[in-house]
Unconditional design. Structure first.
Length: 289
């Protein structure tokens, strides 16, 4: 009976139902401490980012701005000068507007022609000489995308002189990076079934490329070229600021003569041209793709 009584008697806290074992309690405490440390570090990072943003605003905006020149009356008077449209120059803007569209179109076509061989070099699965040409293609893509079109415009203005040709070349070189990169990635993601089937029946590399890969990536090429034309419409409007023709040149002339109404008129025409580019781009993608 003594043994039975001993068996039914609780032996201490560890035997009580619902109470965790000692090693479980230590693990729970460790996890709680780890969560507290993670929360502290997270809040510290947020505080550091907020302090960096505030310091940037103070150094760049607050400390580098002449606040004595800024007033509600000054802002209102400046806005009124731009609201006064100069309708007398509207008829003279149709030629720069047409030149802007032609510049964007020629730049897109030239960029597409130059981007195709770059995409061929930069696609890992069809690069002709393996790793070397792959790195060459990727380097050309990076160089094209890293340099702003205005910088390319300055380079080509110095090379070929003022005019639309410099703007076309600048936008074409700038277009190479986007078109070639997207096409190369599409080539790398093609369905390998048709490619392997053509190789199995003895097709050479050119036949595999033309009949196994190009049909799969052609919608991507067309869609990206249409999108790039839309982007080049915007780019061509600022090419004139570096002497490369188009509406940007008309805008630069109005700015140089301090004709605020003329500036507003040119900006309005640029806005209409960009809206036209958006509508045409959307329509062309639906029709072609």
């Amino acid at each position: 009976m003594a043994a039975a009584a001993e068996a039914t008697t609780p032996r201490g806290p560890a035997a009580m139902p619902g109470m965790p074992a000692p090693h479980h309690a230590a693990r729970i405490a460790e996890l709680a401490a780890s969560r507290r440390r993670a929360r502290t570090w997270r809040y510290a990072r947020y505080a550091a980012i907020a302090a960096l943003v505030l310091w940037s605003v103070e150094a760049i905006v607050v400390g580098d701005t002449d606040w004595s020149r800024i007033s509600a009356q000054g802002i209102w008077s400046a806005a009124l000068r731009f609201i006064d449209f100069d309708a007398s120059i509207l008829l003279s803007l149709w030629e720069p507007a047409l030149e802007t569209v032609l510049m964007a179109t020629l730049a897109t076509l030239l960029g597409m022609l130059m981007a195709i061989p770059v995409a061929w070099l930069g696609a890992a699965n069809i690069s002709p000489l393996g790793r070397g040409t792959y790195l060459l293609g990727r380097t050309l893509m990076t160089v094209s995308r890293s340099v702003h079109e205005v910088v390319w415009g300055l380079v080509f203005v110095a090379a070929v002189g003022l005019g639309a040709l410099a703007g076309v070349l600048a936008m074409a070189v700038r277009s190479i990076g986007f078109i070639s990169k997207t096409v190369a990635e599409a080539i790398e993601d093609v369905n390998q079934g048709p490619v392997e089937a053509m190789r199995a029946v003895g097709a050479n590399r050119f036949q595999v490329l033309m009949f196994g890969i190009v049909p799969q990536v052609l919608p991507t090429i067309i869609g990206n070229c249409i999108f790039e034309w839309d982007v080049n419409i915007r780019r061509s409007t600022i090419m004139g600021l570096v002497g490369a023709g188009g509406l940007g040149l008309a805008l630069h002339r109005q700015m140089a003569s301090y004709n605020y109404g003329g500036i507003a008129t040119v900006i309005f025409v640029i806005l209409l041209l960009i809206i036209f580019g958006e509508l045409f781009s959307a329509w062309a993608r639906k029709k072609v793709i």
